[in-house]
Design a protein around this ligand. Structure first.
Ligand SMILES: NC(=O)c1ccc[n+]([C@@H]2O[C@H](COP(=O)([O-])OP(=O)(O)OC[C@H]3O[C@@H](n4cnc5c(N)ncnc54)[C@H](O)[C@@H]3O)[C@@H](O)[C@H]2O)c1
Length: 245
């Protein structure tokens, strides 16, 4: 029986690359997103290419929608092996203008959604001997620009949530890791400027496929000794001192 991966926020950007990589590596893929048009389009493309995929409309900030997502995936495929908590929104607002509703929208999508989906999927994963979860955080969990409080807090929370879940689900053989991407360009890569690339120690801006390959690596059973970890994938930017002399 094929393994099953649920990827949230899979209709666009990084999530689409992760879902595509999972499909190409033998998974049945559940594409979970609020964007029905692009989610359906990705499902149809993967099916046309001979892969197994299903789009499920799901708002990860809605607890009931998450319960429905896991039920739909389990009913269709009978198992869940991998969960990639990728859905996320970023809004930058000065702290004195950030409303409680705005804070809650970002935290409930980026952080609470990852917790709830992992908790819902865990009993299904456990039935087939366990699995692996990857939370997509950000280098903004580690460093900041102005006016990013809610987003930074949500991503910092994901780092802590990752090691907490890794411990709670250790006995169920469910590993939980985290990826903190730096600048991953999801638009037209050819439009980037020379300076965009050269400022990175790696000499280029990141691509969604950089994150997709890391998801495959972290979730592969051969890498079972990696647990509760945060993998920064940013072309070296957070290792670069930026004092100006
Ligand atoms: N692109 C980057 O440079 C970068 C850097 C660091 C972290 N990240 C993180 O990577 C993840 C993906 O980012 P991206 O650049 O591909 O973003 P994106 O905006 O291109 O894609 C995000 C996807 O999530 C979906 N989504 C938004 N809210 C949702 C919700 N409530 N429920 C379900 N789906 C929802 C959107 O419809 C979209 O398909 C996010 O968590 C983001 O914070 C991105």
């Amino acid at each position: 029986m094929k393994k099953t991966a649920i990827v949230t926020g899979a209709a666009n950007g990084i999530g689409r690359a992760v879902a595509t990589a999972c499909a190409a590596n033998g998974f049945s893929v559940v594409i979970a997103d609020i964007d029905a048009e692009n989610g359906q389009h990705l499902q149809d493309r993967l099916l046309n290419e001979g892969f197994d995929a299903m789009f499920v409309k799901c708002d990860v900030s809605d607890p009931e929608a998450i319960t429905g997502l896991v039920k739909t995936a389990a009913d269709r495929y009978g198992r869940i092996d991998v969960v990639i908590n990728n859905a996320g929104i970023s809004e930058f607002t000065p702290p004195d203008e950030l409303t409680v509703a705005g804070w809650d929208r970002i935290l409930n999508t980026n952080l609470r959604g990852a917790f709830l989906l992992t908790r819902e999927a865990a009993p299904v994963m456990k039935k087939n001997g366990g699995g692996a979860v990857v939370n997509i955080a950000s280098t903004r969990a580690l460093m900041s620009e102005k006016n990013s409080e809610a987003y930074a807090a949500s991503k910092g929370g994901l780092l802590a949530l990752t090691h907490a879940l890794a411990l709670s689900y250790a006995d169920d053989h469910i590993r939980v890791n985290c990826i903190s991407p730096g600048w991953i360009h999801t638009g037209d890569y050819s439009k980037l400027r020379e300076i965009d690339h050269t400022q990175h120690p790696s000499g280029r801006v990141g691509k969604p496929e950089d994150i997709a390959r890391a998801c495959l690596f972290l979730t592969h059973p051969d890498n079972g000794f990696i647990n509760g970890e945060n993998l920064v994938i940013d072309g070296g930017m957070t290792r670069k001192m930026i004092y100006q002399y």
